[in-house]
Write a new protein. Structure first.
Length: 82
């Protein structure tokens, strides 16, 4: 899991709490700050997800030793051999 996803989750939760406190107290400035922090957290989480997906795509099935692949992949590989 990417550190941006973790940081984003924390910012999202903290922003949600701050926004809620602002709603309870009627403080629009706190509501705006909380909403802004929530958006920041969601963007960080999305960026972390993109980085994780890119990292996972870099670890393709061909990088895995044949003993660790599923049987379908092994069977397909065996068909390719003479």
């Amino acid at each position: 899991m990417d550190k941006d996803r973790v940081k984003g989750t924390i910012d999202d939760a903290a922003g949600r709490a701050k926004r809620q406190v602002g709603e309870w107290t009627g403080d629009t400035q706190t509501q705006v700050e909380g909403a802004t922090q929530q958006v920041k957290g969601k963007v960080e989480k999305a960026w972390g997800n993109v980085k994780d997906a890119a990292r996972d795509a870099g670890h393709s099935d061909r990088d895995t030793p044949p003993a660790d692949r599923d049987s379908t992949t092994r069977d397909r590989d065996n068909l390719d051999r003479p």
